[in-house]
Ligand binder design. Structure first.
Ligand SMILES: [Zn+2]
Length: 218
């Protein structure tokens, strides 16, 4: 059974690999993602390689083995199911769940996980719109576009956030941009690429370029 630290490494490597498919993940990027020194990362990578959870070559970086990927996806699955539970059943807001789910994701009970999934009626997405990996590790990836890439006149439904930090989610709450909102681009300002958008056929609001690069529409 992997330790919590091992699970966190596998999850971080999986996510970094997703961000740049086909590339090996470098020690420096893992160290940055986990806010650890490169030397401790190297020790842990050797340990995970000994357990055959990843392939590690000193100057090239790492790549998860099939078993490493399975464990990473299982941890992601647990994390996202717990996030759904916290929001739907315990009244957490979407900016409060991540830290708690970071702890709950390490509970090792396949029975608990199956019952949690059934209790929640087998959700496909977490409260931030990220897909919940299926029991067999399959990840459903809907076709999504960044709001920043839409032209004036185009519209879509807000499906996921790229930035899941609490300040960003709180900002979305404040301006009234929840997941599921219909968003239509009215105008794009050439000067700074900010957008004027209409939300749910209601009022028009101005969205900065930075914000528009962190919202996925379907
Ligand atoms: Zn989370």
């Amino acid at each position: 059974m992997p330790s919590q630290t091992e699970e966190n490494y596998l999850k971080a490597i999986y996510k970094l690999g997703e961000a740049e498919p086909g590339q090996d993940v470098s020690t420096n990027r893992i160290a940055a993602a986990l806010a650890t020194r490169a030397a401790s990362v190297t020790d842990m990578l050797r340990r995970l390689a000994d357990k055959q959870l990843l392939d590690y070559e000193k100057y090239r970086g790492v790549r998860l083995t099939a078993e490493g990927r399975r464990l990473a996806l299982l941890t992601v699955r647990k994390h996202r199911l717990w996030e759904v539970f916290l929001v739907q059943q315990l009244g957490f807001s979407w900016d409060e769940v991540h830290e708690v789910a970071e702890e709950l994701e390490h509970v090792q009970s396949p029975l608990l996980l199956r019952r949690l999934d059934a209790f929640l009626q087998f959700p496909s997405f977490d409260p931030h719109g990220d897909p919940i990996p299926a029991e067999d590790g399959a990840v459903r990836r809907p076709v999504q576009r960044l709001l920043a890439d839409l032209a004036p006149g185009e519209s879509g439904t807000l499906a996921a956030v790229k930035n899941t930090s609490a300040p960003f989610l709180q900002y979305l709450d404040k301006v009234g941009l929840p997941l599921g909102a219909r968003v239509r681009v009215l105008d794009k300002v050439a000067f700074d690429n900010s957008l004027e958008v209409r939300v749910n056929e209601g009022r028009a609001i101005s969205i900065s370029a930075e914000v528009s690069r962190n919202l996925f529409l379907e």
